[in-house]
Ligand binder design. Structure first.
Ligand SMILES: Nc1nc2c(c(=O)[nH]1)N[C@@H](CN(C=O)c1ccc(C(=O)N[C@@H](CCC(=O)O)C(=O)O)cc1)CN2
Ligand SMILES: NCC(=O)N[C@@H]1O[C@H](COP(=O)([O-])[O-])[C@@H](O)[C@H]1O
Length: 206
């Protein structure tokens, strides 16, 4: 049992952008009662998330695809870097690269992603823009386990967000991120404490 008095579960957070989800996870992990500890931040590009990790006094590792001969080499390097921190869970929080087979073989069932749409609708890199262009009136966020597909893994939790008549991609995305900053740390706390039970496509946190 991981409790305030017990050892904290080590997690690695991966990010590519502004890092506001990373900041929310770091804040939650810094609470005295947190069941988890962020032991490293991994980025795939130069981004604001790097500085957020450094400001928190946490090791930040940059693993850029362009610095590797091919995708397989990058995937293996990513695995080596992350494994060096021996995390029990990995959280992709705005990480904009597809994780490959080597990485997922090692961390199968232990990678949690936050996506800015209600999956299975609007997967991929442009989830917010695609939902807005489609004309949906409600969208949201999905926290799911990562598998070999793109945003296809078993769903752990979802939160809904209204689409307002004057929304732009930016205004809608910011409203979704506000929900993500609560939901993702909630799910991380839950999975590190209670684990996940999967049955085919279905997953629940007991
Ligand atoms: N194997 C998986 N890897 C990742 C998943 C996943 O479900 N399976 N989710 C992502 C996050 N994500 C959306 O939530 C996502 C990120 C990136 C892409 C994508 O197509 N990336 C391109 C590059 C785009 C870029 O560099 O800007 C790529 O990897 O070639 C789709 C969905 C975390 N990883
Ligand atoms: N498909 C992956 C994807 O779109 N991820 C999204 O990037 C944003 C990161 O925000 P942040 O950089 O402020 O944390 C979040 O909305 C996250 O769901």
């Amino acid at each position: 049992m991981n409790s305030p008095s017990g050892p904290r579960v080590p997690i690695v957070v991966m990010a590519s952008g502004a890092g506001s989800l990373l900041a929310a996870i770091l804040e939650r992990g810094a609470a005295p009662s947190s069941p988890f500890e962020v032991v490293a931040v991994v980025v795939d590009r130069s981004c604001a998330a790097e500085q957020i990790g450094r400001d928190a006094g946490i090791p930040v590792v940059s693993c850029k695809l362009a610095d590797h001969p091919d995708r397989e080499a990058w995937d293996r390097r990513l695995l080596a870097e992350v494994s060096g921190f021996a995390p029990q869970w990995v959280v992709t929080a705005g990480f904009m690269k597809i994780l490959g087979p080597a990485f997922l073989a090692a961390y199968s069932g232990r990678v949690v992603n936050s996506h800015p749409a209600l999956l299975p609708a609007f997967p991929g890199v442009h989830g917010v823009a695609d939902a807005l262009a489609y004309g949906v009136k409600v969208t949201g966020t999905t926290v799911h386990l990562v598998d070999g597909g793109v945003d296809t893994g078993p769903i752990l939790a979802q939160g809904t967000v209204p689409v307002l008549p004057d929304d732009t991609v930016e205004s809608l995305h910011e409203r979704i991120k506000s929900t993500e900053r609560d939901l993702l740390p909630d799910v991380v706390e839950a999975v590190v404490t209670r684990g996940v039970v999967t049955d085919g496509r279905k997953a629940h946190i007991p």
